[in-house]
Design a protein around this ligand. Structure first.
Ligand code: PMP
Length: 594
């Protein structure tokens, strides 16, 4: 349950009010100096247990930490570094000693955590009149009211259930930092957004005093603790250059790096690890193909087909190549919903087409392209296909063998992994038939001043020391996603997207850009009477991160008569209550303008 921090909404409890209530309570107790409540750990307040025992004999607190663990010290580990009195705890500034150095912090196990307050069975049951996150009874508020009532009128006190504190939000009992989801994933067993969110430390952040709501997932995704820890572990226990030394750490680092390559292979359903090249990201992968295969195989008069949906990363390298070699670029148009027009695509294909390069999911509109069919059509014309998976890997199952694309590219940071690492998948024969791009160490079998013999793929495309630790981190991200299950993710996000679309499209003056039948994650829009930066700033004031701008996809935005849009984009850790905050903020913005 989120505590509403906006005192403007009538009848809605806000954080300051509950804090005031708690302070009143403690001041009312006789014979002790009142101690102001500034900690989220209300149950840890020295007076709390004493008082609860007075009122409800035998009352017990939240589950004790297992041996060897200790509940975080509220004075030093507040999740909000600017909490209450504006003091920044030493660990949050990066210069102090983290309490975690002395004792491991305790996160209650899933059994300790009660599921969120009753949710509707399906998000579509949610509508403004019957269901708002802040219309739930706040457990904290009810308990405090009971206790206050007990002080003034002891007889009338209803029993507080003995387990009232069990199942409390594990880390921040009193003021929660993260909005709780309204819903689990309907129809997806084992998918629990509440638990998933606890893996992402960044969701303890507050922005402008509000809980962070991260709706900028198309730009980059947040990282789970498992990824952060894996990268740290690499540097603490395995750090070495790879492949080239006969010592223990070189073996550990090589195993970790090559292990990550195998994880990527499985994730993409590639046939061999030799088909997986680590690069810096999607942009580098596309440039690599353009500057190797493209440069080596295309000649004047050849044609490259791109879709109108493409990110600049899938336009600029081909345009540069076309200008250099006299190639022609042809563009598949889209309809008014942002869907590629297959009939037009068919008419562009000819014996001159040597390459079709397109995105599986549009970063600006969210359109899912019919990739399998488009690939088949390209192959029938004798063209090779590069599929840009930057926006699809975190939402859809990737199956390069099933899709039969010649290259598939993605960035680690879009799939909950680190920045600076990405993947070029290429069919093995094709990679081995392509001459390397960058030269240097690691990619050669033998070098003389007269002759150089290159490795086969993937090493031939991995010159120099790569981003070893982040490749390992990407492996951990893939493990994480695979554990949740990409199909469960897909299904949950589908509900989120439909929920958000249905609420947003009825906001007066709001126009969704990109309304394809098959869509993922993205909700681009323009808002009549507002510049997109204005909307972005207004949302930021509420702690909501969205992208406003051209999203590096100017051609497709101009197709819709826009230079910029506001672009909320979803991931599996988002919730319908976060979407409610977005929608409510947009309504408030609208009301302020009318
Ligand atoms: N293609 C698409 C569809 C994208 O969304 C992006 C990133 N926004 C890219 C390519 C480029 O990715 P990167 O910046 O990680 O190289």
């Amino acid at each position: 349950m989120s505590i509403n921090t906006d005192p403007q909404i009538p009848g809605v409890p806000d954080a300051a009010w509950i804090e005031k209530l708690a302070n009143e309570l403690f001041s009312a107790l006789p014979d002790e100096t009142p101690k102001p409540v500034l900690s989220p750990h209300l149950e840890d307040h020295p007076r709390m247990e004493k008082m609860l025992n007075l009122i409800v004999p035998g009352f017990s607190k939240a589950p004790a930490a297992p041996e060897g663990f200790q509940l975080s010290d509220p004075q030093t580990s507040l999740a909000d570094p600017h909490f209450a009195d504006g003091k920044v705890p030493p660990s949050a500034t990066g210069v102090g000693v983290s309490p975690a150095g002395a004792v491991r912090s305790y996160t209650p196990s899933p059994q300790d955590i009660k599921p969120p307050v009753t949710a509707p069975a399906h998000p579509f049951e949610v509508n403004e009149s019957v269901f708002k996150p802040y219309q739930f009874d706040h457990r904290q508020e009810i308990e405090l009211k009971h206790i206050l009532a007990a002080i003034s009128n002891f007889e009338k006190l209803p029993q507080i259930p003995a387990n009232a504190f069990h199942g409390a939000d594990p880390a921040y009992y009193f003021l929660q930092n993260t909005p709780q989801p309204i819903t689990q994933s309907p129809g997806v067993s084992g998918f629990n957004v509440d638990l998933i969110r606890q893996d992402f430390p960044v969701f303890n952040e507050r922005v402008n005093g509000k809980p962070l709501i991260w709706l900028d997932n198309a730009a980059t995704t947040q990282k789970p603790r498992q990824v952060i820890d894996r990268v740290s572990y690499f540097y603490e226990h395995e750090n070495s250059n790879i492949h080239r030394a006969a010592h223990e750490l070189a073996a550990r680092a090589t195993d970790a790096y090559e292990g990550a390559r195998e994880k990527v292979r499985q994730f993409l359903n590639a046939r061999s690890v030799n088909e997986i090249v680590f690069v810096r990201g999607t942009t580098e992968a596309i440039n690599l193909v353009a500057k190797t295969w493209g440069d080596q195989n295309l000649v004047a008069g050849d044609e490259i087909i791109l879709s109108h949906l493409e990110h600049h990363a899938n336009i600029v390298p081909w345009k540069q190549l076309a200008d250099k070699k006299g190639l022609k670029i042809r563009v598949i148009p889209v309809d008014n919903d942002g869907q590629v027009i297959l009939a037009e695509y068919a008419s562009l294909l000819s014996h001159r087409t040597k390459l079709v390069s397109f995105t599986q999911v549009s970063n600006a509109l969210g359109t899912i392209t019919p990739a399998r069919q488009m690939i088949e059509m390209a192959h029938a014309a004798g063209a090779k296909v590069l599929l840009d998976g930057a926006q699809s890997v975190s939402h859809l199952r990737s199956d390069v063998t099933g899709l039969n694309c010649d290259w598939f590219v993605f960035s680690g940071h879009k799939v909950f992994g680190p920045t600076g690492i990405g993947v070029l998948y290429g069919k093995e024969d094709l990679l081995n038939a392509t001459q390397p791009w960058q030269g240097g160490g690691n990619m050669i079998v033998d070098v003389t001043f007269e002759h150089i013999q290159y490795h086969k793929a993937p090493s031939r495309f991995e010159a120099g020391t790569g981003n070893i630790a982040d490749a390992v981190g990407l492996g951990a991200a893939i493990d994480y996603v695979s554990k949740i299950g990409i199909d469960a993710i897909n299904q949950y996000e589908h509900y989120l997207l439909e929920y958000a679309s249905s609420r947003m499209q009825v906001i007066p003056g709001l126009r969704l850009i990109g309304t394809a039948k098959e869509k993922a994650s993205v909700l681009s829009f323009v808002f009549e009477g507002f510049r997109t930066e204005e909307v972005g700033s207004a949302l930021n004031r509420e702690g909501i991160a969205v992208r406003s701008g051209h999203h590096c996809a100017q051609p497709i935005l101009r197709r819709f008569g826009q230079e910029t849009t506001v672009r909320p984009s979803l991931a599996f850790y988002n919730t319908t209550s976060e979407i409610d905050v977005l929608v409510d903020t947009l309504y408030r913005l609208r009301r302020g303008r009318n």
